[in-house]
Design a protein around this ligand. Structure first.
Ligand code: DGT
Ligand code: CA
Ligand code: CA
Ligand code: ZN
Length: 607
């Protein structure tokens, strides 16, 4: 965590504590200041060294806040913050992770019931104590109770989009070490799960000590959790990073084992046993000639990692595979199974029958069908966004700014007149980009992101929708409606004659809000019948449709589209998160609308 992030976190905490005690306006000021500190290009330490005035140069940071920042940099704490923490000794982050519980609620419940933790909140709700507090009722109490499990899980798991860059950085750091023969990420991060518990890394080497030393000294690591002979764990960016080191000839077996999932590994081990083989993290062994008591020694306990004495007992029989991961699968009579499929949902049987899907790959994507510009809430011009798409080698690019409607606040969305105006602006910008790139043309299409209201109707008129090249329709409001109603709503939306893509279908925000909970089979079937594509929104806070929804789409014969919903050029690079999510849902290249040629895309849109 950078120093600016650390200081901004303190200011946000200050804001929460102020708000909890009923202070008005000030919390907003602290949050605005926090945001600008976080984004400020200069480290606050060096500003603080120049005094309060230098710190107050940061936008929205006034004298009072500047003084607190300097105090924090110089002493490591802020006296007034410490006092407020003592006054309200609650686990604010954990409690406010519950949907519907804000700092104010936390303050009231502490005052009335002394609630300080998630467990205490749950106990108070279960005991019916919350409904008795003034301003609360039985419905609020039930909502709190319903939302606690989601909050608890969100506190334990990190979004893929936050963890993956940490894993990539750790991997390239390790890869550059002389002693490292091979390095890979494994665990849920290699399977591209939407949230991850911890980051797992695997290295092949015959020199363990220098690698452990280098790993615990990794500049991005904030702390060492443990360091042994063959493994170590550090904390980086609030996530645990586990490293294991193995010999090169066991790298494939270890990679297979530590990639998981556990359920997939169980399936594979059973298949090995059926063939008189034994599979563990050291290799695949032929144990048909080995006495039973020697052969069934279980895999080593996680804690015994790297202990050679413990390990020999598990290397029994003749090794038939283990140096490479593909070799392990092959020796079990299986096609190599892509990590995203390793969830024990039919992949082993498919691999045995040579019927694994021909999964979509990041390089297959030919254009983005859902992007924003400064015409709505994007931060960049049409021309900047088209240029960024062209730079990524795309064949086409669709601009889909927000239309007005439910969920759009502060005049963000375009009305019918503005949509017509944008059509001309788009042509102009596309021509300008084409000139600038010397005819290396990208086809620019005009779309819109329309809003699906609570009943499944769109808020933009049909005439306007009909004139557009592409219509994405997304829910932006009413995201806690009952499952049945959500299903009807989404089915109605995909059946709308002008809707081409169902955008972020559930509206979930990972670890923040669960979103709609429709019957995904029903929505997928309706989408397949109507010829509407289901979006896999690649924004790492969304990943919506999720893997299960994509799988339902595949089974129903529906088409998916992997879109970034980019509001800035660099967000176009989030596409990989969407592609890997689509892969987890078994999507083949042919199933992905924007992996198709421009002509095939246009044919789909015309149909
Ligand atoms: P996570 O971290 O909760 O998102 O999920 P994973 O899948 O990364 O799980 P993790 O980090 O506990 O372990 C990484 C992989 O190592 C896991 O997917 C399978 C393998 N593994 C670890 N411990 C065991 C075990 O006790 N039994 C089996 N079968 N596999 C294990
Ligand atoms: Ca893990
Ligand atoms: Ca782990
Ligand atoms: Zn949207």
């Amino acid at each position: 965590m950078s120093r600016n992030d650390e200081v901004a976190d303190r200011l946000d905490e200050f804001a929460d504590l102020l708000e909890a005690t009923g202070v008005e306006y000030k919390p907003t000021a602290y949050r605005r200041a926090a945001e600008n500190v976080r984004d400020h290009p200069t480290a606050v330490d060096s500003l603080a060294a120049d005094g309060e005035d230098a710190v107050a140069e940061i936008d929205r940071v006034g004298d009072a806040i500047a003084a607190k920042i300097v105090e924090y940099v110089e002493t490591g704490s802020i006296e007034e913050l410490e006092e407020r923490r003592e006054e309200l000794p609650v686990d604010m982050a954990a409690l406010t992770a519950v949907e519907g519980v804000g700092p104010k609620t936390v303050g009231s419940l502490y005052e009335a019931l002394g609630v300080t933790t998630l467990d205490e909140l749950e106990a108070a709700a279960e005991a019916g104590e919350i409904r008795e507090v003034s301003g609360f009722g039985a419905t609020t109490e039930q909502n709190i109770l319903d939302n606690i499990p989601f909050a608890r899980e969100s506190r334990e798991r990190t979004r893929l989009g936050d963890a993956r860059p940490v894993a990539d950085a750790a991997l390239s750091y390790l890869d550059a070490l002389d002693a490292v023969a091979a390095a890979e990420v494994c665990g849920s991060i290699r399977r591209w799960k939407a949230t991850i518990g911890d980051i797992d890394l695997l290295v092949a080497s015959d020199a363990r000590e220098p690698i452990i030393e280098a790993f615990t000294a990794w500049p991005d690591a904030d702390a060492t959790i443990e360091a042994g002979t063959g493994k170590a764990s550090v904390r980086a960016d609030d996530t645990r990073v586990d490293l294991r080191i193995v010999d090169s000839d066991e790298f494939g077996a270890a990679l297979q084992y530590f990639t998981g999932s556990r359920a997939h590994n169980v399936s594979l081990r059973n298949r090995a046993i059926e063939r008189g083989l034994k599979l563990n993290e050291y290799g695949l062994f032929d144990v048909s000639d080995v006495a039973e008591s020697d052969a069934d020694g279980e895999s080593r306990d996680d804690d015994a990692g790297g202990d050679p004495a413990e390990a020999t007992a598990t290397r029994v029989g003749e090794r038939v595979a283990g140096a490479t991961e593909d070799g392990v699968y092959e020796a079990l009579g299986l096609d190599p199974i892509p990590p995203e499929l390793r969830e024990d949902t039919g992949e082993v049987a498919a691999a045995a029958e040579e019927e694994l899907p021909d999964l979509v790959a990041p390089g297959d994507i030919r254009g983005d069908l859902h992007t924003h510009t400064d015409w709505s809430d994007g931060g960049f011009t049409i021309k900047e966004m088209i240029t960024a798409a062209a730079e990524r080698g795309y064949d086409y690019h669709v601009v889909t700014d927000h239309a007005t409607g439910p969920g759009m606040v502060g005049g963000v969305g375009l009305d019918e007149d503005e949509i017509a105006e944008q059509a001309d602006a788009l042509t102009e910008a596309a021509d300008a980009v084409a000139e600038g790139t010397g005819g290396n043309e990208i086809e620019v299409l005009h779309g819109i992101e329309a809003n699906i209201d609570a009943d499944g109707d769109l808020s933009t008129d049909d005439e306007t929708l009909a004139a557009l090249d592409l219509v994405v329709a997304s829910p932006h409001s009413g995201l806690s409606q009952a499952a049945e109603r959500a299903t009807e709503r989404l089915v109605r939306a995909v059946e709308h004659p002008y809707v081409d893509v169902l955008g972020h279908p559930t509206g979930r925000l990972i670890n923040e809000r669960p979103g709609l909970d429709p019957d995904v089979e029903a929505v997928a079937e309706a989408a397949a019948a109507a010829g509407t594509a289901i979006e896999v929104n690649a924004n790492p806070a969304r990943l919506d449709a999720d893997d299960g929804f994509v799988r339902a789409a595949m089974e129903a014969g529906a088409t998916v589209a992997v879109n970034t919903d980019a509001h800035a050029p660099r967000e176009l690079d989030n596409v990989r998160y969407g592609v890997h999510t689509a892969r987890r849902g078994w999507a083949e290249t042919a199933d992905v609308l924007n992996a198709r040629s421009l002509d095939d895309l246009l044919a789909f849109l015309d149909a």
